[in-house]
Design a protein around this ligand. Structure first.
Ligand SMILES: [Cu+2]
Length: 106
């Protein structure tokens, strides 16, 4: 018997990193992702292929990204599809500063 409650995963966003790295999810299992920006600067979590392949049931990732103002928290609930995806912060020069990640769904 499976639970109706989605699993939860917190992804902390800071200047200039993501944690955990990589993000590990279970294919086909609903999960609520909570993005916590622990910094006072704005960042985003851009993962167009990942969000495009997922079935989003609550929240939104317009344009395949989660945009966070300083100290903002956002949640999205989705059903991830099996695969390995890349994520990054698309703000100017943040990728080069180390804001890259990988999402492994298996
Ligand atoms: Cu950033």
């Amino acid at each position: 018997m499976t639970s109706a409650q989605p699993a939860t995963q917190t992804i902390t966003v800071s200047s200039f990193s993501f944690a955990p790295k990589p993000v590990h999810l279970t294919a086909g299992q609903p999960v609520t992702l909570t993005f916590v920006n622990s910094s006072g600067s704005s960042h985003d979590f851009t993962a167009k292929t990942f969000f495009g392949a997922s079935r989003i049931t609550a929240g939104a990732a317009p344009g395949g990204e989660i945009e966070l103002r300083g100290h903002e928290t956002k949640t999205i609930t989705l059903v991830p599809a099996r695969g390995t995806y890349t994520a990054h912060c698309s703000h100017f020069f943040h990728t080069q500063m180390g804001m890259t990640n990988q999402i492994i769904v298996d």
